[in-house]
Ligand binder design. Structure first.
Ligand code: MLT
Length: 429
């Protein structure tokens, strides 16, 4: 079975008679990418199924892409609305803002979410964590070796390929040459044996993890920081799911770990906190102490990318971000997250009730289901789509280490989660 999404259509090549072609050579890095980006590929498969079975269209339930579904709560919404309204007044109008974000929002992020362990000037407000990961890649360029958890959020690998850091994909292993894959499966409690893996320049690490739902403990993160420090690697910590952490003592930020300021930067996002997947607002923290081998600051180069290729997050949206961090906004975020965590619990219980081993779903919105030995995750995805009209994500879509697992997203509305649980039990039980 293919580890990555096998393309439904041949890879973007048009017939020469159809169009007159330019004389521009295609960026060879793009020819290395296998198939499309995972989530649109899932969407294409769902649409292909609906096209063949139009009578089933209204039955489709999505537990696929981790897209929020609950309305933006009142106080947070009022922040968006009032900053939009201000633009219609002479006094309130504003044009370009600071590329790094509004000073008030940077300060509020540093104070309210990090309790002062980072400085306002180290916070770069953006349009989301995914976009920031590409900007991080632009800072590091094409000559670095990247390490990723396997399975992992596909953006780390795909952007590494686009940047030209990798060789081709190896058809046997389904891994790109020149990327260090750090296996994370139930056998190692989803934490890599990092000391025994080859060194990488840049280590991407997501906790709570997408897709496995594993939230790394303090001891695990201490080990990660220690190994990165000993090896002179830079850790890019993705904390986009941090507010889902409910277990005591599990760090919500890498900066809770001693020594992290010298080795780590952190990407984060309001997407899953506050239902901002469409609104778009995120941030990246780059500490002053994080440097390159020549002693120059990573922060300065990240700032250079932001000021050159980004004009700052929308002023309307930053008003929403400010409201998120008021006490009322923070309480609304907690309520939203409780709702999605309850969904995760229902999904986990449903799969466990029919005998599956299930991971994640307690400090994360993703439930990671182990499939019976030898069962392909793409085949299981298709079977569930066809028999139960439930969209899931095959573990293999997140890299070869995800083969043998299925990811269920808890971001669906409650009634559809309940219905999906009963259909999954019927189909797989
Ligand atoms: C996912 O389903 O993994 C996420 O929604 C993707 C994302 O946040 O970009």
């Amino acid at each position: 079975a293919a580890a990555f999404a096998p393309p439904l259509v041949s890879n973007n090549v048009v017939s020469s008679s159809a169009l007159s072609m330019s004389k521009v050579e295609r960026n060879p890095n793009f020819t290395k990418l296998i198939g499309g980006y995972l989530f649109p590929e899932i969407g294409r498969r769902r649409n292909a199924y609906i096209e063949k079975n139009p009578e089933m269209a209204s039955r489709i339930i999505s537990l696929g892409i981790g897209d929020t579904t609950q309305p933006i709560p009142e106080h947070i919404l009022s922040g968006l609305v009032s900053s939009a309204s201000k633009l219609g007044t002479k006094e309130g109008y504003s044009g370009y803002g600071a590329e790094q974000g509004m000073a008030e929002l940077r300060k509020k992020i540093a104070d309210k979410l990090y309790g002062g362990i980072i400085k306002d000037s180290e916070v770069f407000v953006s349009d989301g964590a995914k976009c920031d990961i590409m900007r991080v890649q632009q800072v590091f360029g094409s000559r670095v070796v990247t390490a990723v958890q396997d399975p992992s959020y596909p953006v780390y690998v795909d952007t590494s390929v686009m940047m030209g850091q990798t060789g081709n994909i190896n058809p046997e292993t389904k891994q790109y040459d020149n990327i260090v894959y750090m296996p994370c499966t139930d056998e190692n409690n989803f934490f890599p044996d990092i000391e025994n893996l080859p060194r990488a320049d840049i280590v991407y690490f997501c906790s709570p993890n997408n897709p496995t739902g594993a939230a790394a403990t303090k001891e695990q993160l201490e080990k990660l920081v220690k190994v990165c420090k000993e090896r002179g690697s830079i850790l890019v910590f993705d904390a986009a799911y941090a507010p889902f952490i409910r277990s005591e003592g599990v760090p919500k930020s890498i900066f809770e770990i001693e020594g992290a300021r010298e080795v780590a930067m952190e990407c984060n996002s309001f997407s899953k906190y506050a239902g901002f997947t469409g609104v778009r607002l995120g941030w990246t923290v780059v500490p002053d102490e994080l440097t390159f081998a020549d002693g120059s600051k990573v922060r300065d180069d990240f700032n250079r990318v932001m000021t050159t290729a980004f004009n700052g997050a929308s002023n309307i949206v930053q008003g929403g971000g400010l409201a998120c961090l008021d006490d009322e906004g923070l309480a609304e975020i907690d309520t939203l997250i409780d709702y999605y965590l309850e969904n995760a619990k229902l999904l986990k219980e449903a799969m466990e009730s029919i005998g599956y081993a299930v991971y994640g779903g307690t400090d994360a919105p993703y439930v990671f289901v182990k499939l019976p030995e030898g069962k392909s995750s793409w085949d299981t995805f298709s079977e569930i789509l066809e028999k139960a009209q439930v969209v899931t994500i095959p573990g293999a879509g997140f890299g070869p280490g995800g083969e043998g697992y299925l990811r269920l997203s808890a971001f669906a509305p409650r009634d559809t989660v309940i219905e999906a649980c009963s259909r999954l039990k019927e189909t797989l039980g």
